[in-house]
Design a protein. Structure first.
Length: 430
């Protein structure tokens, strides 16, 4: 990656949040949160009948996409939002109580008179958007305060969060497992929602239903990018270093503290270990592991590696940043997204490479068999002849990309219609 590419991408990261969207495993630390049904138990039989009419989307141009637990949301070119997939907790934002699964993109309720969305991020059961005036609106599951609206009640339509601070606005947003964080215009970070493991960074374990500033990022330091994982949060700072806080049971904070198996959570921002001699981070994404794109276009990851999601050819958890294996001869990464158990990156030629768990086809390499994992970056099948990826988001067992013609392509689990193709058929290729 050239210095120009790095600068452009760093600017994009300030404008768009590359959220780490996450999945559910038996050993999830937050086992008191609502289950997300897996594909074997959720066949979509409760879904309403929907016209599978491709003409519905023929004139729609998408500009940003975010995959959640079993739902997907996207911003279209007029600044409105479409969502599809599972909707049992209001995560599609359509304003309909007890809405059923929807298998094609469907508009949310109003974002507010004259308001448009400029960035979007979906968690497991909720979605938040950054509005054109710098405020934040969220919808979906809210029992731990992830919507930031001052209550713990779910919302089935876009609802403004409480005040971000006097004269403060948000410039990036990231929804995690059960919490949300915003990067503010002065470089500070504000979070809300579940705080069981200190993922809000305010020095406590108290859940917050309104935006709450994190503790200091370091003397004189500000954040330039933010990503919320399952139960931890990471930020790129203005000097290119990375700071993380929250759950650290598998090294996802990158500070080396679990080398002696002390598994110490951190309730305030804590610097990671070195990213490499002279290296800085330009993009970041957190799930159960954490990955960064470095200023030379390489990728480094740390945290959980049960399924190979570190991408270094092993299944060993890493508590300090570890370089992935090669992205391909001469290839570099320009965007990345981490889900609970798989990672996908857009490369400099517009292709996509994924690694980690592949059970549901989420790696896009044509395989969706039990035990199909990739411990090194693996190129997906063709995105469509002549097309390249410009945005990427990984959900629970599926992946979506925006293409250079403003259409989208998804692959992996489709038990709730989260691929948006009008069916419940899982897809092992884009």
């Amino acid at each position: 990656m050239t210095k120009l590419h790095a600068a452009v991408f760093a600017l994009l990261m300030i404008t768009f949040s590359l959220a780490g969207c996450t999945g559910l495993e038996e050993n999830s630390a937050e086992n008191d949160s609502p289950d997300i049904l897996d594909e074997e138990n959720n066949t979509g039989n409760n879904s309403s009948d929907i016209l599978e009419d491709e003409t519905v989307l023929s004139n729609t141009s998408f500009v940003e996409i975010s995959a959640g637990g079993t739902h997907t949301c996207a911003i279209i070119d007029d600044g409105s939002v479409n969502c599809w997939g599972r909707d049992h907790r209001g995560q599609l934002g359509n304003g309909i109580e007890d809405s059923q699964d929807i298998r094609i993109p469907t508009p949310t309720a109003s974002l507010g008179e004259g308001r448009t969305a400029v960035a979007i991020s979906s968690g497991r059961l909720h979605t938040c958007v950054l509005l054109d005036v710098g405020s934040v609106s969220c919808w979906g599951y809210n029992e731990e305060g992830a919507l930031g609206i001052g209550t713990y009640e779910d919302s089935n339509g876009p609802t403004l969060t409480a005040n971000l601070g006097e004269e403060r606005t948000a410039i990036a947003i990231s929804s995690g497992g059960w919490h949300t964080c915003a990067l503010l215009d002065n470089g500070s970070v504000s979070c809300w929602g579940s705080n069981h493991n200190g993922q809000l960074g305010d020095g406590t374990n108290v859940d917050r239903n309104v935006p709450t500033l994190t503790a200091s990022l370091g003397e004189g330091r500000t954040a330039v990018a933010i990503s919320s994982g399952v139960s931890h949060t990471c930020a790129i700072l203005d000097d290119g270093s990375v700071s993380c806080w929250g759950l650290n049971n598998m090294g996802q904070l990158g500070n080396g503290t679990n080398e002696e198996r002390d598994w110490q959570d951190t309730k305030t921002p804590s610097p990671t270990a070195s990213l490499g001699d002279g290296r800085t981070a330009v993009a970041i994404s957190a799930g159960e592991s954490t990955c960064v794109i470095l200023d030379d276009g390489s990728v480094s990851c740390w945290g959980s590696n049960w399924e190979g999601e570190i991408g270094d050819g092993t299944n060993e958890h890493r508590s300090i940043p570890a370089p992935t294996a090669s992205l391909g001869d001469g290839r570099t990464a320009v965007a990345i997204d981490v889900e609970y158990s798989h990672v996908c990156a857009i490369l400099d030629d517009g292709s996509v490479s994924c690694w980690g768990k592949g059970l549901h086809g989420e790696l896009g390499d044509g395989n969706m068999t039990s035990g199909h994992n990739q411990t090194v970056p693996t190129t997906t099948d063709s995105l469509r002849e002549g097309r390249s990826a410009v945005r990427i988001s990984a959900g629970m067992g599926f992946t979506c990309v925006l293409l250079d013609d403003s259409t989208f392509s998804c692959w992996g689990s489709n038990s709730n219609g989260q691929l948006g193709d009008g069916s419940h058929n899982s897809r092992p290729s884009p």
